[in-house]
Design a binder for this molecule. Sequence first.
Ligand SMILES: [Zn+2]
Length: 186
Amino acid sequence: MLLTTGLLTTLLTLPAPPAPSPDPVGVWPLRPQPQVVAAYDPPESAYGAGHRGVDLAGVAGQPVRAAMPGTIGFAGMIAGRPVVVVDHGDTRTTYEPVTTELSRGSEVAAGDPIGALTLPGSHCLPRVCLHWGWLRGDDYLDPLLLVGGGPVRLLPLDGLPPITAGPPSVASWQPLAETWAARRWW
Ligand SMILES: [Zn+2]
């Protein structure tokens, strides 16, 4: 009995487990859940090389959805690419290349379509992909944290299966190796 009581006391006095992450919880901007073809790789300086977001495989014309509720903070061209920014107050998420008919100030709920994914401006040419970013002020964050993703296991670049879900009109996944190195970052 003494032993049991002592054990209970020990258990009850163990430190509490860490609190859940305070990060906001969002939804994937593409459905079904997309493959991550390029991970977040923060630059060491403001102008350093890196990848300020993640690239998610998709198809041209696929609806892109707001990861969290907010308002459209920007919709237009940046460096020749159509970009949509959703303002969440403390943070904002960015989506490109995405064309939209929404304009600044439009309110969106998590999962609401905010535009359509396009090929021109893709980080994954000749493939279509969504570059998804998350910022707090000028600091880039890993958007996968919004969907419970930690470090991702990337698929081999040459081993990506064709996307079968999504609009049937586009199914052109082509060899990528020679163009991968020519990807443009921002
Ligand atoms: Zn990218």
